[in-house]
Write a protein that binds this ligand. Structure first.
Ligand code: SF4
Length: 226
């Protein structure tokens, strides 16, 4: 969002019907920028929020205004009629039914359409750290996913999108199955969390590179065969 003018340029030069999503901390997603992005054709916004408590989210982000940015961004995106969700990467310490319910309550109050749960992987800030969720945390997330998505009591809550739930059952749909990640150099990866450069979208044979991404798969889950 520090290069919002470039984003708008990309949106305007795209061919329909491409869906564009903005993944953001919320920084700089002002009311005016949200309106400009909508007008340029943005489909949706996913705002990262790591904790339902303001101070805990700010501490994690090491920025005292992070929570406020996220909230403001959500408000502005919804007001501009952009499909809006929150995304959380819950740590082992965070995962409990109480915390997840409080998070979902906040998401409902903020008015987002859905919440995406992404499990921590040892990449980026977590490189070489023991962050993979254990069976007990996965069980809590599975239960929350099923309860809050399918019990009528929670019908007016945002939908939960929890990729780990189906990845454990049918395999991963990234890795050039339904989805592939192309970084800013044009290099192909299975997804943003499974980074192993496998060919370049600009200089290599695209079909062959895609095939290689498929063959390499993911280090955590098998590729889906559907
Ligand atoms: S490739 Fe691996 S890390 Fe990436 S989405 Fe699939 S399962 Fe997750």
């Amino acid at each position: 969002m520090l290069r919002v003018n470039d984003i708008i340029q990309v949106l305007k030069s795209s061919r329909n019907p491409t869906d564009f999503w903005l993944l953001t901390s919320g920084l700089n997603l002002s009311r005016e920028n949200a309106k400009r992005l909508k007008k340029a054709g943005l489909t949706g916004v996913l705002v990262s929020l790591d904790h339902h408590e303001e101070s805990a989210h700010n501490d994690f982000r090491k920025t005292k205004d992070s929570f406020a940015w996220a909230h403001e961004a959500v408000r502005n995106a919804i007001e501009a009629d952009i499909l809006t969700g929150l995304t959380i990467c819950p740590t082992r310490e965070y995962v409990s039914s109480g915390n997840m319910e409080r998070y979902m309550k906040l998401a409902k109050e903020w008015g987002v359409a859905f919440v995406q749960i992404l499990e921590p992987k040892p990449v980026g800030h977590y490189k070489d750290k023991d962050v993979i969720l254990r069976a007990k945390e996965v069980k809590i997330l599975d239960d929350i996913f099923l309860t809050m998505n399918f019990r009528s009591y929670y019908a007016d809550y945002p939908v939960i999108s929890y990729h780990g739930y189906y990845q454990r059952r049918v395999g991963c749909l990234a890795g050039a199955n339904r989805n592939v990640y192309v970084d800013t150099d044009g290099d192909l990866h299975a997804c943003p969390f499974c980074q192993s450069k496998t060919g370049n979208a600009l200089s290599d044979n695209f079909a062959a590179s895609l095939q290689k991404v498929k063959e390499n798969g993911c280090h955590t889950f098998k590729n889906a065969t559907i």
